[in-house]
Design a binder for this molecule. Structure first.
Ligand SMILES: [Zn+2]
Length: 111
């Protein structure tokens, strides 16, 4: 998987990508619209607070679906397919994995 995983990511009004703009627009014509929504989200969050809020949303999404984007409200608003993401069912897979890890750790500590 290349970096960034979605092909691009946006901080403020700067879109960061390893690809040339022409290549991005040819391969994923709606990706720039997706990143544009993130620029507005950044503005509406008054700038830097967007970053920890996004991280929290990504963690929430991972817990709910095992995927950082599928249940992330920021990504859903920007459009999952436009961002190159797949919608995934809510299974609480990530939260279950955390619970198993925590149970294993507690079991180890009790021995
Ligand atoms: Zn996105």
């Amino acid at each position: 998987m290349g970096f960034p995983p979605a092909g691009a990511f946006t901080v403020g009004n700067v879109v960061i990508s390893a690809h040339q703009l022409d290549d991005l627009q040819r391969g994923r014509p709606r990706l720039i619209d997706h990143e544009d929504v993130h620029a507005w989200q950044y503005l509406l969050c008054a700038g830097l607070p967007f970053l920890p809020l996004y991280a929290l949303a990504a963690f929430w999404s991972w817990g709910r679906t095992g995927d950082l984007a599928a249940s992330n409200p920021f990504e859903r608003q920007a459009g999952l397919p436009e961002g190159g993401y797949i919608d995934r069912p809510v299974t609480n897979e990530g939260f279950r994995r955390l619970q198993r890890s925590a149970s294993g750790l507690i079991g180890t500590l009790r021995r």
